[in-house]
Design a protein around this ligand. Structure first.
Ligand SMILES: Cc1cc2nc3c(=O)[nH]c(=O)nc-3n(C[C@H](O)[C@H](O)[C@H](O)COP(=O)(O)OP(=O)(O)OC[C@H]3O[C@@H](n4cnc5c(N)ncnc54)[C@H](O)[C@@H]3O)c2cc1C
Length: 478
C-alpha cells in the first residue's frame, strides 16, 4: 500500500486505529479456516461515517477491502488473499436499542452474538440464531454469512431474523435496506445482502427480531450404539412431524474428546450421542419430550438423560458448543467441512465420509446439526507431518462431493468464501454464476469488496486451497 493511502486512512480514523506494522498484521492473517494471507493494513473505523471514508479512500487507490468481524469464519471469508485493507468492525460494538415492545434490537456489526442474547434476556427476550461460536462471533459476521446454529432447526437461520440493515457500498455511499414494515414493497435487497459474505457491502447496522424467552426448556441427551442408529432416530423424529428446537449429533470420537474436557456425562462407549432440546409452554414441552424420547428409544437409544436443571443443561450444551476446541486433544489442527444432505441420506453419506477418511489415513470427527442434514466432518491432522495437507484437502473435497452426489449442497451455514468457490460449478451452471456475478457488479462494480471469494476465481492458479501454517508468503498463493 502506498504511503499516501496509509496517511489518508490514518487521517480518516485516527492514527491509533490503523495497523500496518508487519508483526501486528500477522494477527489478522487468518480466520478459523485453514487459509491465510497478510493484509497491507488493518483499519478500525468507529462509525458508519468512518467506514464510508475508508471505502472512498480504498476506491481512489484501487485497494481491496475485506470486512472482518471476529474472524471465526470457517470458509476463509475474512482472509485478505489480495492483500489491501482488512476492515475490522470490532470498535463498532454497541447495542443501540432493545425495543421490548416491538421485540427488535438494533446493533452495530461488531456486537458479539452472545452479548446480544444476554442483553435481550434481561427483558425476557432472546435472539434465536446461536452459532456454536456465539461467545466470539459478531452479528455483522452472522448476517454476512447467513449463519445457523443449533437452534436454527426450529427458529430458522439468520436471514429469518434480520429485519433491516444499514450498509456502505464500495463507493462509500450509505444505504438502508429492509426495515420494520413486514410487507415491504419493491425488490428484496435485504435478502440479496444477507449472506453476501462481504462481497457486496459493508454492514454497519443491523435490526433483528427478538423472541420471547420460552416458559420451559427441556434438554435430553441420548446415546446410540452407532452413528447410523442415531441418524435413523433423527429421521424418525422429523418424520413424525416433530421439529425440536435443536437436534445435534456428536460421533464417538467427538464424545470422547468432549467428555475428557467438559465432564458433561456423555457416555464414552456410545457410537454417537444426540442432544435434543424442546421448548414452549411447560406442559406441551414435557409432552413433546416424552414423545421424542419414546421415538429415540425405539431406535436403540440408551442412557437417555433429561437435564435436571439449568446448570446441567448448560453443561450439556457447553460440551456441544465447545466440541471443536476439545478435538484439539486428538490432533492440533482441524479442517471443518460444512456440507448438507437430505436427512434420509445421512447414514449413507456418513459411511462414505468414514471411508474417505480411512482411505486418506486421517482421523475424522463428526459433530453437526443433524436435524437439518447439515454435516460437519472435521478432519483432524498435524500440520507438522510432511505432505499431510495434500491428503487433507483431497479428503475434504471427496467428502463434499459425496454430499453433492447424495442430492445435497456445498454449505449449510459456513459460507463459500475461499474454501469452496472452486466447487461452485458443481452446483451452478455458467448462466447461474454469470447472473450472480452481475448482481454483485451492481453493488460493487470495481470488484474491490472481498475479491476472490464466493465466485470461482479465475486468477487463482490452483483449484485447490493452498493451506499452510506460519507467516504468509505471497508465492504460496499465486
Ligand atoms: C468453534 C466454531 C463453531 C462455529 N459454529 C458455527 C455454527 O454453529 N453455525 C454457523 O453458521 N457458523 C459457525 N461457525 C462459523 C463462524 O463463527 C460464523 O460464520 C460467524 O458468523 C462468523 O462471524 P465473525 O464475526 O467471526 O465473522 P468473520 O469470520 O470475521 O467474517 C466472516 C465473513 O463475513 C464478512 N463480514 C464480517 N463482518 C462483516 C460486515 N460487518 N459487513 C460485511 N461483511 C462482513 C467477512 O468479510 C467474511 O466474509 C463456527 C466457527 C467456529 C470457530
Amino acid at each position: 500500500m502506498n504511503r499516501g493511502a496509509l496517511e489518508q486512512l490514518r487521517k480518516a480514523v485516527g492514527a491509533d486505529h490503523v495497523v500496518s506494522d508487519p508483526h501486528d498484521l500477522v494477527i489478522f492473517e487468518r480466520d478459523a479456516s485453514i487459509t491465510g494471507a497478510l493484509p497491507d493494513a488493518i483499519v478500525f473505523p468507529a462509525d458508519t461515517a468512518e467506514v464510508s471514508k475508508v471505502l472512498r479512500i480504498a476506491a481512489a487507490h484501487g485497494l481491496p477491502v475485506v470486512p472482518r468481524g471476529a474472524g471465526t469464519g470457517l470458509s476463509g471469508g475474512a482472509v485478505t488473499i489480495r492483500h489491501g485493507i482488512a476492515l475490522s468492525l470490532a470498535r463498532m460494538h454497541r447495542i443501540l436499542e432493545i425495543d421490548a415492545g416491538n421485540r427488535t434490537a438494533t446493533v452495530e456489526p461488531g456486537v458479539v452474538n452472545l452479548d446480544l442474547s444476554q442483553a435481550a434476556a434481561r427483558q425476557g427476550l432472546f435472539y434465536a440464531p446461536d452459532p456454536s461460536s456465539q461467545k466470539a462471533c459478531t452479528i455483522g459476521g452472522n448476517a454476512a454469512e447467513n449463519s445457523g446454529g443449533p437452534h436454527c432447526l426450529y427458529y430458522g437461520v439468520t436471514s429469518n431474523h434480520v429485519l433491516g440493515m444499514e450498509v456502505v457500498l464500495a463507493d462509500g455511499s450509505v444505504h438502508r435496506v429492509g426495515g420494520d414494515n413486514p410487507d415491504r414493497p419493491g425488490l428484496d435487497l435485504l435478502g440479496v445482502l444477507v449472506g453476501s459474505e462481504g462481497t457486496m457491502a459493508v454492514i454497519t447496522k443491523i435490526q433483528v427480531k427478538l423472541l420471547p424467552l420460552p416458559e420451559a426448556v427441556t434438554t435430553l441427551m441420548a446415546a446410540f450404539p452407532t452413528i447410523e442408529t442415531a441418524s435413523h432416530a433423527v429421521s424418525d423424529v422429523i418424520a413424525h412431524g416433530i421439529v425440536p428446537a435443536a437436534l445435534e449429533m456428536m460421533d464417538h470420537a467427538t464424545v470422547g474428546a468432549v467428555e475428557a474436557h467438559y465432564r458433561a456425562g456423555y457416555p464414552t462407549d456410545a457410537g454417537a450421542v444426540l442432544l435434543v432440546e424442546v421448548d414452549g409452554l411447560t406442559e406441551s414441552a414435557q409432552e413433546l419430550m416424552d414423545q421424542v424420547r419414546r421415538l429415540l428409544e425405539s431406535n436403540e437409544a440408551f442412557s437417555c438423560r433429561v437435564a435436571a436443571d439449568a446448570a446441567e443443561r448448560e453443561l450439556l450444551w457447553a460440551g456441544r458448543k465447545g466440541a471443536i476446541g476439545a478435538l484439539g486433544r486428538i490432533k492440533p489442527n482441524y479442517y471443518l467441512h460444512d456440507g448438507v444432505v437430505p436427512r434420509t441420506r445421512l447414514p449413507e453419506v456418513l459411511r462414505q465420509v468414514g471411508e474417505v477418511a480411512g482411505r486418506y489415513r486421517l482421523p475424522v470427527a463428526n459433530v453437526f446439526h443433524a436435524g437439518d442434514g447439515n454435516l460437519h466432518p472435521n478432519i483432524l491432522f498435524d500440520l507438522r507431518e510432511t505432505g499431510v495437507m495434500d491428503r487433507v484437502e483431497k479428503a475434504g473435497e471427496e467428502m463434499l462431493r459425496a454430499c453433492i452426489d447424495a442430492g445435497g449442497t456445498l454449505s449449510g451455514e459456513h459460507g463459500i468464501g475461499l474454501e469452496k468457490n472452486a466447487f461452485m460449478p458443481w452446483i451452478f451452471g455458467p448462466d447461474d454464476l454469470d447472473a450472480m456475478q452481475r448482481v454483485k457488479d451492481v453493488f460493487d462494480p470495481g470488484g474491490s469488496l472481498n475479491p476472490g471469494k464466493v465466485f470461482p476465481d479465475a486468477e487463482r492458479k490452483e483449484a485447490r486451497l493452498l493451506a499452510r501454517s506460519g507467516v504468509a508468503s505471497e508465492a504460496q498463493w499465486w
